[in-house]
Design a protein around this ligand. Structure first.
Ligand code: SF4
Ligand code: SF4
Length: 182
């Protein structure tokens, strides 16, 4: 059969000499290589104790934003779902009732909002499509999970803490400001 590349090497099948059959030179050679790596700069980090700094344009886990009065910004227009190339977003809209003005900024809001993180490719198109600054990709990432269901993020998982009742949680979830959000 014709070889696809020229990288293949012919294996030597000649019997080993006495010195080779002791393996000691090769073991020492291997240990020397390992020892040499101990003094080189480590390319890996000791996660989770150490965390790598994210790029300023890093796109992580989604956050459903609130305004400065703590009201949900999303008006369930569906533009993010339409823009999503992975069809990862689903939602159900509901009408805001009288007395709910302090909860929802617009007359219509998302009663149900879900993102399937297994489908999501973190492209950020939902963020760009949103006319209400209601969704953005934060600086955190979806933690590991043992079940597929655990990667379906509901509205409760996504909505940012209320800045009036939990300013610390709000600031933490919001992360460092990025040009695209401001
Ligand atoms: S980041 Fe991209 S793939 Fe993920 S939900 Fe938004 S639009 Fe869809
Ligand atoms: S997040 Fe933005 S684009 Fe998506 S439904 Fe809500 S308001 Fe519309």
């Amino acid at each position: 059969m014709e070889a696809l590349t020229t990288r293949a090497k012919e294996v030597s099948r000649k019997p080993m000499s006495f010195a080779e059959s002791l393996y000691i030179p090769n073991i020492l050679k291997g240990m020397f290589i390992t020892f040499g790596h101990m003094f080189k700069k480590q390319p890996t980090i000791r996660y989770p104790e150490q965390k790598r700094e994210f790029s300023p344009v890093f796109r992580g886990l989604h956050v459903l934003n609130r305004d400065e009065q703590g009201r949900e910004r999303c008006t369930a227009c569906g533009l993010c779902a339409v823009a999503c190339p992975a069809e990862a977003i689903t939602m159900e809209a509901a009408e805001r009732l009288e007395g709910e003005e302090n909860l929802y900024r617009e007359e219509k809001y998302a009663a149900r909002y879900e993102i399937n993180m297994l489908r999501c490719i973190f492209c950020g198109l939902c963020e760009e499509a949103c006319p209400k600054d209601a969704i953005y990709l934060s600086e955190t990432f979806a933690p590991a999970n043992y079940s597929r269901k655990g990667f379906i993020y509901s509205k409760e998982d996504l909505v940012i803490p209320n800045p009036l009742t939990d300013p610390e949680g709000y600031a933490k979830a919001k992360g460092a400001p990025r040009a695209i959000n401001n």
